[in-house]
Design a protein around this ligand. Structure first.
Ligand SMILES: Nc1nc2c(ncn2[C@@H]2O[C@H](COP(=O)(O)OP(=O)(O)OP(=O)(O)O)[C@@H](O)[C@H]2O)c(=O)[nH]1
Ligand SMILES: [Zn+2]
Length: 218
């Protein structure tokens, strides 16, 4: 074999950006936001996670929101959870302040859409969101943020300001080599249909949510 036809074989599949494309977005308040959407090569779980970059995201610790997919909330506006309004709030904030949305294909805290719907059925029979997962043979929360850390590194980001109420996201990202310089909470989006769900998150997974006092326990 001559040198000219020798193949270069990468030592390992290092996560990297595959494509960046412009993505103008209609915000809920009628404004338009310019964003760039990124796909990736070599993410550890093989899922099609995407990142959206807004405005001047070159801050030393840019704003980053990790949003776990929730078809019922994100697409249909379900009132059973707070995902829809959280996503809208993230898009608005990122448009105004710059930063990144990581949209993680972790539907149902990692158990998938059909699994989540099975869990909803059990919740209608009295289980809370975590008991329902366990009754179906799942963990409370099966999300692993390795792919999120790899996406950030592929984008050249290792220090962030994380927007979340979930202490596990910070813990995992730090363990995966992303320095979380600060944590900022999301807004509180509670209503009659999601109050029990939010109460269960505070009780089981220590989400930092200042819920209204109702005396009702989930
Ligand atoms: N298994 C299960 N998943 C749910 C349920 N309700 C919402 N989810 C999923 O939970 C994920 C969102 O998680 P949350 O606990 O609301 O929020 P978080 O991402 O942990 O924390 P924040 O960063 O503070 O928003 C999405 O993937 C939803 O599809 C449910 O009742 N059961
Ligand atoms: Zn949801």
């Amino acid at each position: 074999m001559t040198a000219s036809c020798a193949q270069v074989v990468p030592l390992k599949d290092v996560p990297s950006v595959r494509t960046a494309a412009q993505l103008p977005i209609h915000l809920a308040d009628g404004r338009e936001a310019a964003s760039t959407i990124y796909s990736f090569h070599g993410l550890s779980d093989g899922k099609e996670h995407v990142a959206l970059r807004f405005g001047n995201a070159d801050a030393e610790a840019p704003l980053v929101r990790l949003h776990s997919e929730c078809m019922s909330g994100d697409v249909f506006g379900s009132a059973r959870c707070d995902c829809g309004p959280q996503l809208q709030e993230s898009l608005r904030r990122l448009h105004e302040e710059g930063g990144y949305l990581l949209y993680m294909r972790q539907e149902g805290r990692g158990i998938g859409l059909y699994g989540k719907l099975d869990a909803y059925r059990l919740q209608e029979q009295g289980h809370d969101t975590f008991e329902a997962n366990r009754a179906l043979g799942h963990g409370d929360d099966e999300r692993d943020y390795t792919a999120a850390a790899d996406m950030l590194k592929a984008l050249g980001i290792t220090r962030i300001t994380l927007v979340t109420n979930n202490p596990e996201k910070r813990r995992q990202l730090q363990a995966l080599g992303i320095e979380v310089a600060a944590v900022q909470p999301t807004g509180l989006f509670s209503g009659k249909h999601n109050l029990r769900y939010l109460q269960a998150k505070v009780r089981h997974t220590h989400h930092t949510l200042a819920l209204p006092e109702t005396g009702a326990e989930a």
